[in-house]
Design a protein around this ligand. Structure first.
Ligand code: NAD
Ligand code: UD1
Length: 312
């Protein structure tokens, strides 16, 4: 199969850079676009000398710029990952959330329509479900997002569905659950818990558990997410729809602590603080639909994925 031309927005970020690595390894040609607001060119080091990879620093919410990039690169697919990723920031800056998490999606759709891009793959989130007690969550579960970020992701999914219905552009929305792995920045208090805990254990420092630690998540390894993005953007057969990107396996914080204690004996015991206000207790997805559509399930065992993170 000849390589495809794939444009990746948010390419210098955590999920974006792993996706670029995978696309390049599979023989595709990639244009990575990123404004480097939270991403870093260092994440793209392994592909920087690759002739099939180009990088362009640009703001994806700038219509003119994104149109001219799409026009000149002529991608067959766009993987749209660039976003305002911080949920607390989306709450405190709703206009910025609108610009980056809704308007940018519209610009990507319009650029795709104007320049005959066949398919768009979009980074949605389990945040579209809000708090739902009927687990595991299937894609048919009600979507009642709890705030600005989740609601913007849901609106973007619907914009994409409209472009599919009106103009036949193939659109794939992935609802990522809790993604973890190397290159996730542990510096912010709102980073993923796996990257925060991994970083502190490696430094021999105790972690803080908010609540009793029995809360659980569906942790999905970033390499599996990169594989899903690569498959969805390069499959020959028509591919559209909305899919959970998850493992279907529940891991509690206490499970995570057990693995870390075994790997780093001697680190002081975790401290406990009150549960975060609004914290979801349990989150778990059903991966059957992505398996049926792509013939692939995110399945890296948690212990294996965690080892890759801790060994960096
Ligand atoms: P990240 O912050 O590492 O990546 C986002 C990238 O987008 C960064 O490199 C940033 O510089 C870039 N960016 C931001 N605004 C931009 C703009 N206006 N123009 C161009 N580039 C811009 O975060 P990530 O975890 O890799 O997230 C990637 C996508 O996956 C996001 O859409 C996020 O909402 C979604 N997502 C992530 C998770 C997770 O667990 N990490 C879960 C659900 C959904
Ligand atoms: C994710 C988002 C969060 C958003 C929420 C709802 C990420 C990294 N976080 O949170 O911003 O509000 O979805 O859509 O995407 N925890 C600790 N100690 C820590 C850090 C976290 O105990 O130092 C706990 C949290 O309270 C939570 C669990 O670990 O119970 C997981 O936290 P996190 O990784 O932030 O993911 P979500 O809660 O799913």
């Amino acid at each position: 199969m000849p390589g495809k031309r794939v444009l990746v927005t948010g390419a210098a970020g955590f999920i974006g850079s792993h996706t670029v690595d995978r696309l390049i390894a599979d023989g595709h040609s990639v244009l990575g676009v990123d404004d480097l607001s939270t991403g870093s060119e260092a994440n793209l080091q392994s592909v920087s000398r690759e002739s099939r990879f180009e990088f362009k620093a640009a703001d994806v919410a700038e219509a003119k710029e994104i149109h001219s990039i799409v026009e000149s690169f002529q991608p067959e697919s766009i993987i749209h990952l660039a976003a305002l990723v911080s949920v607390p920031r989306a709450e405190s800056e709703p206009a910025l959330n609108y610009r980056l998490n809704i308007q940018a999606t519209q610009e990507i759709c319009e650029a795709a329509r104007s320049h005959q891009v066949r398919r768009i793959v979009f980074a949605s989130s389990a945040a579209v479900y809000g708090e739902c007690s009927d687990l595991p969550l299937a894609e048919s579960a009600p979507t009642i997002p709890l705030g600005q970020y989740g609601s913007a992701k849901r609106i973007s999914e619907q914009l994409l569905a409209g472009y599919h219905a009106s103009y036949g552009i193939e659109t794939v929305c992935f609802r990522y659950f809790n993604v973890y792995g190397p290159r996730q920045d542990p510096a912010s208090p709102y980073s993923g818990v796996v990257s925060i805990f991994g970083d502190r254990y490696r430094a021999g420092k105790p972690v803080v558990i908010f609540g009793d630690g029995s809360q659980s998540r569906d942790f999905v390894y970033v390499g599996d997410v990169a594989t899903a993005n690569t498959l969805a953007s390069t499959l020959e057969s028509p591919t559209s729809g909305t899919f959970n990107c998850c493992t279907g396996i529940s891991t509690s914080l206490l499970d995570l602590i057990d693995v870390l204690n075994e790997r780093f004996p001697g680190v002081p015991k975790p401290g406990h603080e009150a549960a975060r206000p609004g914290d979801i207790r349990h989150s778990l997805g059903d991966p059957s639909a992505i398996t049926a559509a792509l013939g692939f399930t995110p399945s890296t065992p948690f212990a294996t994925g965690l080892r890759s993170l801790l060994d960096v």
